[in-house]
Design a protein around this ligand. Structure first.
Ligand SMILES: C[S@@+](CC[C@H](N)C(=O)[O-])C[C@H]1O[C@@H](n2cnc3c(N)ncnc32)[C@H](O)[C@@H]1O
Length: 273
């Protein structure tokens, strides 16, 4: 699949997620987002860009950290995610945030402008994460920092069978690089190549809890990387993939719910002075 097509799959797949995203993912992603914010060590008055911001879960937390003297720009490839975040910021009367649709590989932001660039669970959707990391580097000041959280090793993420289940029914992989950054030293290497120094890495295990099979399925099928392919399946194929996915996570069943293991990797680095 060409990089352009991969981006369309992400853009429109994530459009489908905006309405239910927080219900299915806010608790599950919290440990990675908290670690990312802790490693960013934000100060009152700082200017921050949150790349692949989704519904703004990290953006609004960061807005509290930098206070009204500071500012956070949330950016995302999905129009619907940006619309959702903008509406919520108006609802909250949040004055120190703004949201704009942008591709992580091509940020429409000045060089050397922000104190920090952040990206929570977004980099691995980029067909070219090296270019996305270079952009994280370009837009921050010398001495500024970048922090990115990605999913960890494939073998430690209990829901990973979702990709082969979908890929078996379409012409090409829906998200070929998904686990690339989470394995070994790949994220560190990508940060180094993009020009960051003093890189720190933290890997944490987590558990994704879903109360029912329906919730566990909605989380992966309704929006996100497989949603475009899934939405085109007929009803019989939809039922088949649900069944296969639930059987792949059966081992994590706990009563009516599921405790699915996962792993996050978070990297922080500095732009040279
Ligand atoms: C798992 S969500 C993470 C959202 C948010 N950062 C959070 O922690 O809740 C992934 C986000 O990455 C965005 N995304 C995917 N590819 C992207 C790209 N090339 N540039 C910018 N955003 C992208 C999606 O639209 C989606 O909102």
């Amino acid at each position: 699949m060409s990089p352009e097509l991969q981006k369309r799959v992400q853009r429109y797949g994530w459009d489908k997620a905006s309405d239910y995203y927080e219900r299915c993912w806010a608790d599950q992603l919290k440990p990675a987002q908290e670690l990312l914010i802790e490693m960013a060590d934000l100060k009152i008055g700082e200017k921050v860009i949150d790349i692949a911001c989704g519904t703004g879960l990290v953006t609004f937390r960061v807005a509290e950290k930098v206070g009204t003297e500071g500012f956070v720009l949330g950016s995302d490839l999905s129009d619907k995610m940006i619309e959702y975040s903008l509406q919520y910021s108006v609802h909250k009367n949040q004055r120190n945030t703004n949201f704009q649709r942008m591709d992580a590989e091509e940020l429409t932001a000045e060089d050397n402008y922000f104190d920090a660039s952040l990206s929570a669970l977004g980099l691995m959707y980029s067909p070219d994460p090296f270019t996305a990391c270079k952009e994280m580097n370009r837009v921050i000041k010398h001495g500024g920092r970048a922090v990115a959280a990605v999913w960890g090793e494939r073998k430690n993420c209990g829901w990973a069978e979702i990709f082969p289940i979908i890929d078996a029914r379409v012409k090409s992989d829906v998200c070929p690089l998904f686990f690339q950054l989470g394995g070994g030293d790949n994220l560190k290497f990508t940060f180094e190549q993009a020009g960051f120094t003093n890189i720190r890495l933290k890997r944490i295990s987590t558990t994704l809890y879903y109360e029912t099979a329906e919730e566990a399925s909605t989380a992966v099928f309704a929006g996100g990387p497989v949603a475009m392919a899934y939405s085109r399946f007929d009803e019989i194929t939809k039922q088949e993939v649900h069944k296969e996915y639930l059987s792949s996570i059966e081992q994590f069943k706990n009563g009516k719910g599921y405790n699915i293991p996962g792993e996050f990797l978070v990297a922080a680095g500095y732009k040279n002075n």
